[in-house]
Design a protein around this ligand. Sequence first.
Ligand SMILES: [Zn+2]
Length: 366
Amino acid sequence: MRKAVNMATPTPITIPTEPIGSIPRPLDLIERVARGDSEDPDLAPLYEDAIRDTIERFEATGSPVVTDGEQRKYHNFATYCVHGLPNTAPDGFKIAFSDGHTRRMSRLTRGPFRYRRYADCYLDVAMRYAHVPVKQAVISPSALSLMYPAERIPDYSREQFIDDLLSEHEIEIRRCLKKGAHKVQVDFTEGRLAVKIDPSGHLLNSFIDLNNLALSRFSPAERRRIGVHTCPGSDLDSTHSADVDYAELLPSLLELKAGNFYIALAGEQDRRHALTIIRKYLKPDQRIFVGVIAPIDPHIETPEEVRDRVVEASEYIPIEQLGTTDDCGFSPFSDDTSTSRDTAFAKIQARVLGTTLAGTLIGAHQ
Ligand SMILES: [Zn+2]
């Protein structure tokens, strides 16, 4: 007599996992760029090698979505699109990090405001090498709005500037979507910083309104491929706004009309505090990619640590709205050598393996 087999087969759940963007550049590239002009045509083969190697190593981690590691985003994640413009000066908005160092943005000296390059030019190259979907990060309108000087520009009003800025940002996102970016991620690291600069919340609200003006230009279907990244900053193993309570940011952040949110969480002192707020303000059409890797922590997370962080997040966020990511890029500023490429890829591999482990575990319990 045959025994009846009555055991339910556990079905693993696939939880989406995506990187943020940057990977530390190869040291020889950083040295060559430091010695001369970042746009010297002689550097083209070095950039090309860096991108090819980055994508190869990215794919070797098993990451289902990759980036070009922002190898060509010079100097950083924020000003790549305006770098080299004749109507900018280097003495713009200053970002102060917790270890005392600062970084500066460009200042607009006259109108009209136009991008010098759109990020889809990076996507072109990355997609030539990649065998899996490629995502593309772009800078937010709110970050670039800081380029307009407080003393105003004669014959070019702030209103005209904002109009031009929104147009350029929209063009950039549309070009990336059209070329087949898996997602277009709007980097919004200045969200949390805005609360630090202006605890009244007015600056943050103005940033949210501005970014929503941009996001409103896209259809619901397009917005499902658009995401927003928030973090407390990451440069030289230091942050700029980690001391700002997430309760001051997340309710407003989740008002943004984007389909995806990439939220730094691994490096938080109190992850459950943040998750409780996310649960309260989350909308049905939003997916939350929680940070499960802390790029500025030299410790390489184990897949089991990642698994536990995902399981923890799944107690607050419905599994069909959950994804995982890194807390930030591994070198948002192009000359940051505080994390090695080996460490970055080891951490990414842990994210991928740990997310799979979590999907198996959660699937077995459903
Ligand atoms: Zn970040």
